[in-house]
Design a protein around this ligand. Structure first.
Ligand code: SAM
Length: 235
């Protein structure tokens, strides 16, 4: 079973939105398992402190290496990567999510305050993962995003497996535009090809639209896609 162990000072935040909808149903039916580790339970003083002032001065507080290491050591790794949610990390991609979903799960450390003492990152081999170029107040939301993205790829979680195969990033492209009833909305009809019943033409249109959207919105993805197709950006 795919297992997520989340180390946090706010265990009550979980399962949170992971307990609802697709991920929640899959949690109930034991497609995956969630465990939280309260980092404060590993503190050594009566105030259960997990942080201290930064060496060298400066604002904020830093999570202590010894307390965090103790919390991490309480979770047997058994073939699971140890991740640290961090804005400094490697940006999360669908490719990485798919690789994580194929494994046995992940041990995920949620930072708070100004971050965590650098020494524990090296000492426990934490792999830093970012969910985007912006700063959240803590790693919990980022961990939930990562877990949600992985869980929906587990067998049986999303109804039709084709909906996973065709969605954004699956082939390095953004998804084509989607339409449903009514046939006309505020004078805007559904593109004719989609109601033609010609599956070949529909597939062709969708591919062309996916390529167009990716070119317009994500030139970086588009260039990589074209390189993989052995084509050049000139055509
Ligand atoms: N001082 C840090 C910096 O400038 O990089 C930011 C610390 S942030 C306020 C606290 C915690 O939130 C981080 O340790 C990390 O666990 C989490 N976090 C914030 N932004 C994130 C992001 N974009 N991706 C993943 N985790 C994030």
């Amino acid at each position: 079973m795919w297992r997520a162990s989340v180390l946090t000072i706010f265990p009550d935040m979980f399962p949170g939105l992971l307990g609802i909808s697709l991920a929640g149903k899959a949690l109930d039916t034991r497609v995956w398992a969630l465990e939280t580790v309260d980092i404060r339970a590993h503190a050594t003083d009566k105030h259960r402190s997990v942080d201290d002032t930064p060496a060298g001065g400066g604002p904020g507080m830093v999570m202590r290496a010894d307390i965090l290491a103790h919390a991490i050591d309480s979770v047997p790794p058994i073939g699971r990567p140890r991740l640290l949610m961090s804005p400094r990390g490697v940006p999360l991609t669908q490719e990485r999510v798919a690789a994580l979903a194929k494994g046995q799960g992940a041990i995920i450390v949620c930072g708070r305050f100004e971050g965590v003492d650098e020494r524990v990152i090296a000492a426990r081999g934490l792999d830093e993962v970012s969910i985007g170029d912006y700063v959240l107040s803590g790693g919990e939301l980022a961990a939930m995003a990562l877990i949600d993205a992985c869980v929906r790829l587990l067998p049986g979680v999303v109804g039709q497996s084709t909906s996973i195969v065709e969605e954004s990033f699956a082939e390095g492209l953004l998804e084509y535009p989607q339409y449903t009833r009514p046939a006309v909305f505020e004078r805007l009809p559904i593109p004719e090809v989609l109601t033609s019943g010609d599956h070949g033409k529909v597939a062709q249109w969708r591919r062309a639209e996916a390529e167009r959207l990716t070119r317009e919105r994500r030139p970086d993805l588009s260039a990589a896609y074209l390189r993989r197709q052995n084509r050049t950006t000139d055509g």
